[in-house]
Design a protein around this ligand. Sequence first.
Ligand code: GLP
Length: 257
Amino acid sequence: MTVFSSRLEAASPDAAGLASSPRYVQVARTLESAIERGEYQPGNALPAERELAVRLGVSRVTVRQAIAQLAVRGLVVRRHGSGTFVAPSGPPVRIQHPLSRLTSFTEDMHSRGLSAGGRVLSFTAAHPSVHDAMKLNLSPGQLVYRVRRLRTAGGEALAVEESLLNAGRLGPLSAADVQDVSLYALLQARGAGPVRALRQLRAVNADDELAGLLGVSVGAALLATERLAWDAAGQPVELARAHYRGDRYDFVMELRD
Ligand code: GLP
């Protein structure tokens, strides 16, 4: 990527080891670094799309995709007709998540007075792997919905969650049905509300894609979880794999003797 502005050049993604990421991820990171350095202050306008495209040597479509990514993460706000502005700054959100209670992401965020978002990154109906079919008590020939969502709190990206759901049990479902809604509320409404879950937790480092989605550096610490949830009849209803930002999440557990 050719960078013409000396100031933006200082944030060149090539220097940050992002050369193999998609162009728009590189552009998003360049703009994010410029915002972090205070080159663009909270409330100030970013240069116009056309100008950024010229300065960064990329197409306007790439700039638009990059800005859309920053907007989803709450770093910038787009105002129709007047441009894109750096979001007003606020204290960073840090979530304390009790491990002993079965709550949905939406409940967790609402209990903290934050809005919860769930942008669908991908949605498919497909056959599960043998391993996942066993966990969900399905035969590999049965279909599962695989829903991958970017979870945000107050507009800021906190986690990427992927849920596998028994398609036969839930009936017809589309990406639009799970966009920015509570999946647990939807499962409840379809008679498959989870009442018990088992969760495993481990530490991983963000790869290029997760770093881009979550707005962290490649290699940043993430908490990877796998959670299998059952309904009241003991049937598995969701197998979820998620990555949470290590700099925003504290998993808290209560221990009793
Ligand atoms: C938690 C669980 C996920 C589950 C999600 C549902 O984050 N770890 O397994 O998919 O809640 O949240 P919501 O109902 O907000 O979609």
